[in-house]
Write a protein that binds this ligand. Structure first.
Ligand SMILES: NC(=O)c1ccc[n+]([C@@H]2O[C@H](COP(=O)([O-])OP(=O)(O)OC[C@H]3O[C@@H](n4cnc5c(N)ncnc54)[C@H](O)[C@@H]3O)[C@@H](O)[C@H]2O)c1
Length: 328
């Protein structure tokens, strides 16, 4: 690990989103430290060119030591639990990990060389919106997972001011697909992500696909979401960090393509790729909202960014190709 002043700490860097960010940082020859307790992360996703530390963000004194020892300049903070249904049932677990963990990490930046922090937030902070939503909208999370992300944002804003950090809050919409490198993709199956589930089902002879709720107030009764390809999302972090370094201005940005697809539409595309699919309609999942997609105006203006993979078929196909490579 270099003694350079540009060391980047990626919490949750052995997870799905984190591994894709690390892959791009390493490609750009950045010096990266991955911190992960491997609770839903995987050794297979750890980039060999990064330094890996198995640690937990809940351990504040250890976090303080790591930030000092590795002379961290920027943090990309992804470590969190993210199962929407589990969060409703086990609020304490989510509070401790997502809220207290984030607070520990920020407190550990006190008297350190950390200048920037990027935080993985979620469109779930908006709550029950109808259609397009911009960053100006007042957060009103409905589920507990969304609440932990909203509280995380508040802590980032408050403590960044206190410790003189610049922050970038990125509100991800639905993330899917896998890197073109073929080396990394989503492994964890517990998060209940639609496209990941379809990719798993694609390996079966006669796949049964569950749709949770078909009586929402949407065009076909199923939930509407904005799906963003993982490599585009990772690229946004790289551009976001560059922006913080160059402009020294904090930001809150939506990360989506600005287009919503219903679950039914996604499943219909899947049915064209995979024959013999049976759909099973189930009752709604607690915490799910009817529809949300990103207003991307601010985003395009600030980062001057253009997506490379905004094609829903390509996203689904890339998730399926990755799934074929996985040997559980
Ligand atoms: N994937 C999505 O669609 C999506 C959407 C919105 C927001 N997000 C946010 O993006 C981030 C990354 O999500 P992901 O999809 O890569 O999930 P993931 O489960 O693959 O990654 C999370 C990583 O954090 C690690 N982790 C969890 N708690 C930890 C702790 N206390 N200490 C150290 N490491 C810990 C896990 O082991 C895992 O590697 C999360 O903060 C999540 O809330 C994801």
């Amino acid at each position: 690990m270099s003694k350079s002043s540009k060391n980047i700490l990626v919490t949750g860097g052995a997870g799905y989103v984190g591994s894709h960010i690390v892959e791009q940082l390493i490609k750009n020859k950045e010096s990266v430290i991955i911190l992960d307790n491997l609770v839903t992360g995987y050794e297979r996703l750890i980039n060999k060119k990064a330094k890996f530390i198995k640690a937990d963000i809940k351990n504040k004194s250890n976090m303080t030591k790591i930030i000092k020892d590795y002379n961290i300049n920027s943090i990309i903070h992804l470590a969190a639990y993210l199962n929407i249904s589990e969060a409703e049932k086990n609020k304490r677990k989510y509070y401790t990990n997502n809220i207290t963990g984030t607070m520990n990490l920020l407190e550990a930046c006190k008297n350190s060389n950390v200048k920037n922090i990027i935080f993985s937030s979620s469109c779930s902070v908006y709550g029950n919106v109808k259609g397009s939503v911009s960053e100006n909208r007042k957060p009103n999370p409905q589920g507990y997972y969304g609440y932990t992300k909203f509280k995380g944002e508040e802590l980032i804003k408050k403590l960044s001011l206190k410790y003189n950090l610049k922050y970038g809050i990125l509100r991800y919409f639905n993330v899917a697909g896998a890197s073109n490198s073929g080396k990394i993709g989503e492994i964890e199956t517990s998060h209940g992500h639609l496209i990941k589930n379809l990719a798993i089902r694609s390996l079966e002879k006669k796949p049964k696909v569950k749709i949770f709720g078909n009586n929402y107030k949407t065009k076909d009764g199923t939930c509407i979401r904005d799906y963003i390809h993982i490599s585009d999302l990772a690229d946004i972090h790289i551009k976001g960090l560059k922006y913080l370094n160059n402009n020294k201005k904090s930001f809150v940005l939506n990360c989506g393509y600005g287009k919503g697809y219903s679950v039914q539409q996604i499943v219909n595309i899947f049915k064209k790729i995979k024959k013999g699919v049976e759909i099973q309609y189930q009752k709604r999942r607690p915490g799910d909202i009817a529809q949300v997609y990103a207003n991307t105006k601010k985003f395009k203006k600030i980062l001057r960014w253009k997506p490379k993979y905004n094609d829903i078929k390509l996203i689904i196909k890339s998730a399926i190709s990755w799934e074929k490579k996985l040997d559980y």
